[in-house]
Structure formats: structure tokens, C-alpha cells
Ligand binder design. Structure first.
Ligand code: FPP
Length: 313
């Protein structure tokens, strides 16, 4: 059975005075009421950053870990409730050389050991998503320690996606829904088929059930996805959760990304009109009144079509 705990408490702080002068200048142009609830970042370009400097890829990752700290700190100062960073994908785990994977695991551990105090200073809570149980046991232990050491914090929740793939997350969700149903049928002493017939399958499986079975069940969907290094793809990241997210792509490589760039992305986001499949706020009732009735428009279109165009094919 999945443990159902509630969404973590978020208590806003007043630490805006800790922003740098440049950050504060951008923050002043933001609408504090429209700070996103959740920003998710695809951190990309560590290798290219190193390559441009004729350095080994490892050094790009090391510098990328520094960016994680800066971005986390700015996020907490502006009262961003949730930030999720794509740190290590399932595909990275399977397709990168063992030496690079081992280095990333070591870097993760040393990042956690070296940053838990800073997270506590910033009131940041540390969590993870992904197939964590497949990571080396000593890495899992350090991760667990970092989570426990920051669990009482009430500010930003920093989630690292590790050994994460969105498709495998959906597979894991489907499996857990199915195993819960089988367990319930067993408990009631009936077949799965009988159980599904009691309330109907629609009552047992809808979008809410899937959302509740994902690793992210305690986190709102991202409002904004940022990808660094200019690549225009999602790379199997939070596919279900980003259905209506705004996407911001910057050419900046992750090791060069700082809090100020997070603020710039949020500024860009605040100029977007989110529609969630509707018509948006700029579409007024007057616009609606001015629309010709659909039946009249359809009739007009039909009368303009030639008999050949109307003939079945
Ligand atoms: C993409 O760069 C980045 C990764 C595969 C790993 C992300 C890791 C970090 C930012 C550092 C470690 C993070 C923590 C939390 C300690 P890439 O190697 O794909 O770059 P490239 O596309 O330029 O080769």
C-alpha cells in the first residue's frame, strides 16, 4: 500500500533583503502574487561548459553542483514553494560510461554532505523522485540522512530527480494502483473482476488516481519548466505533470546558471497568458457576444462548398 501523507507545509519568509542588488532589481519588476508554486529545471550543458574550457566533463558536473546551491538559495529567498531539478536520469544511468556515473554518485553524496547545513540555514527541505532503490546503498543512505536532517524545515522543498524517467514513473504508478486493487480484492475475498464491478472501473481509475500514484503526488504540477543549454526537448522529464506548464529555454549552460537567471525566467513566465485549454483572460464576454453563432457559421461554410467537395470520398 502507498503511504498517503499530506503536502508539506510551506511558510513564506521575508528574506528578500538577502537578494543581490541585481537580483533585487529584477525581483522588483515581478508580481509577488504570481511567483510560480513549482519550477522544474532540466539542468543541461555541464559537458559543453567543460569542453569549451578544454576541461574534463567531470569538472563541468562539479561546477553544475555549485549552480544547484545558488539556485536553491535564491528560490528560498523569493518564497518559491517547490523546485525540482533533473539531476540524473534513468537513461544517464544506463547510457553514460560507468566512470561518469560513479563520479556523479560521488558528487551527489559530497553535495549533500556539504550542503545540508546550508539547506537548514535556508529552511529548505530535501526530497527525491526516481527509482532511488536502484542507486548504490551508500548513496541511498546519504540521501536518507539529508532528507531526515531537513525534514522539519518549512520553506522551499528542493526535489532532486535521480535515476528518474517519466515513463518508468508512470509504469510504477500503474503497477502500484494494480497491486493496491489486488490487495483490496484479496482482503474482501473476491476476484479483481468482481471488485471492479462494484463501483465501476471509472470510479477506480481516473486522472486523480494516476496523479496520486506518481512519485510527485505531494507536489503541485510545475508552472514553469526551464531547460538550459538551448536544447528544445523534454527528455522524459515529468511528462504527466507538465501538461500545462510554461516552458522557458535558455542557451545558458547549467554551470553558468545563477539565481538571477531563475528570476529572469520567472519574469518571462509572468508575461505569459496561461489558458489551460480555455480562451484565457484577454478573451472577454464582449468577444464572446461578437462571435457569430456556430450553426450559422457552419451553414455558411457548407453553402460555399462545391458539390464535388461535399461528395463522400
Ligand atoms: C547534463 O549535462 C547534466 C547531467 C547529466 C547531470 C546533472 C548534474 C549536475 C548538475 C551536478 C550534480 C548535481 C547535484 C545535485 C550534486 P551533460 O553532461 O548532459 O552536458 P552536455 O549535454 O553538455 O554534455
Amino acid at each position: 500500500m502507498r503511504a498517503h501523507t499530506s503536502r508539506p507545509v510551506f511558510e513564506p519568509c521575508s528574506r528578500l533583503h538577502e537578494l543581490s542588488a541585481e537580483e533585487a532589481a529584477i525581483y522588483r519588476q515581478l508580481d509577488p502574487a504570481k511567483i510560480p508554486q513549482h519550477v522544474a529545471i532540466i539542468m543541461d550543458g555541464n559537458g559543453r561548459w567543460a569542453g569549451k574550457r578544454a576541461l574534463k566533463r567531470f569538472l563541468g558536473h562539479q561546477q553544475g553542483a555549485e549552480s544547484v546551491h545558488f539556485v536553491m538559495e535564491t528560490a528560498s529567498r523569493i518564497n518559491l514553494p517547490f523546485i525540482t531539478l533533473y539531476a540524473f536520469s534513468l537513461e544517464n544511468n544506463l547510457r553514460r560510461p560507468k566512470s561518469e556515473v560513479n563520479f556523479l554518485m560521488k558528487l551527489l553524496r559530497s553535495y549533500l554532505v556539504g550542503n545540508v547545513q546550508r539547506m537548514n540555514d535556508n529552511n529548505v527541505r530535501m526530497t527525491y523522485i526516481g527509482r532511488i532503490h536502484e542507486l548504490p546503498s551508500e548513496v541511498q543512505e546519504t540521501m536518507q540522512w539529508a532528507t531526515e536532517s531537513t525534514a522539519r524545515n518549512t520553506g522551499t522543498t528542493l526535489t532532486l530527480a535521480l535515476n528518474y524517467g517519466s515513463r518508468s514513473e508512470i509504469v510504477d504508478a500503474a503497477r502500484s494502483i494494480l497491486s493496491d486493487l489486488i490487495a483490496e480484492a484479496h482482503q474482501r475475498g473476491c476476484s479483481l473482476e468482481d471488485l471492479l464491478q462494484v463501483d465501476g472501473i471509472e470510479a477506480r481509475l481516473d486522472e486523480h488516481h494516476i496523479t496520486d500514484a506518481l512519485y510527485t503526488r505531494l507536489t503541485p504540477d510545475p508552472d514553469l519548466v526551464i531547460r538550459t543549454s538551448g536544447e528544445q526537448r523534454i527528455s522524459n522529464f515529468l511528462l504527466w505533470q507538465i501538461a500545462y506548464s510554461e516552458i522557458f529555454i535558455t542557451d545558458r549552460l547549467w554551470p553558468d546558471f545563477r539565481g538571477i537567471h531563475l528570476l529572469e525566467a520567472i519574469q518571462n513566465y509572468q508575461h505569459r497568458e496561461r489558458r489551460f485549454g480555455g480562451l484565457g483572460e484577454s478573451f472577454t464576454d464582449e468577444d464572446l457576444d461578437a462571435l457569430e453563432p456556430a450553426t450559422e457559421v457552419a451553414e455558411e461554410i457548407v453553402t460555399k462548398l462545391t458539390p464535388k467537395q461535399l461528395a463522400p470520398r
